[in-house]
Design a protein around this ligand. Structure first.
Ligand code: FE2
Length: 159
């Protein structure tokens, strides 16, 4: 049998943090997929700016998926993979390519807020265990999704 991890976190702490991160990963993956899909299908007089805005967001989100999954692996747990696993873990619904642009942007704003709430739920699990590495990753993701949500809100004309 392989040596157990000896990083100062208990097996239960690592498993609990990884479970929280798995939910974060699933919601983040679902948001990435929807943002990329709406980048393709958005239509309207502001097509070019929406297309470019969503491209910046889906690329940022895509890069973060690897960081989240690899943090789960560094904790000694397995990362969820595949549509079935992500579908079971995520609370986000698939996008609809028929939507008008306002509905797409409004949905993405709400979905970024859902991811933000999922991140906030994960934070005390990492923080209470003294897992600063995970807390740092969660903090970075909070900053990114709050920025995405702001840009989407402003596109809709809200504060
Ligand atoms: Fe593209």
């Amino acid at each position: 049998m392989a040596d157990a991890l000896n990083t100062g976190l208990t097996a239960k702490q690592r498993a609990d943090i990884a479970a929280s991160l798995s939910k974060v990963l699933a919601d983040s993956y679902a948001l990435y997929l929807k943002t990329h899909g709406y980048h393709w299908n958005v239509r309207g007089p502001n097509f070019q700016s929406l297309h470019v805005l969503l491209e910046g967001q889906y690329q940022e989100e895509w890069a973060a998926l690897d960081d989240i999954a690899e943090r789960i692996r560094a904790l000694g747990e397995l990362a969820p993979q595949g549509y079935g696993a992500f579908g079971n873990l995520s609370s986000l619904k698939d996008g609809n390519p028929e939507n008008e642009w306002e509905a797409m942007v409004s949905e993405l704003k709400a979905d970024n807020e859902t991811v933000i709430r999922t991140l906030r739920e994960a934070f005390p699990v990492a923080d209470d265990a003294g897992d600063e590495a995970t807390a740092d990753l969660l903090t970075q993701r909070l900053q990114a999704h709050e920025k995405h949500a702001w840009m989407l809100r402003s596109t809709l004309g809200s504060k």
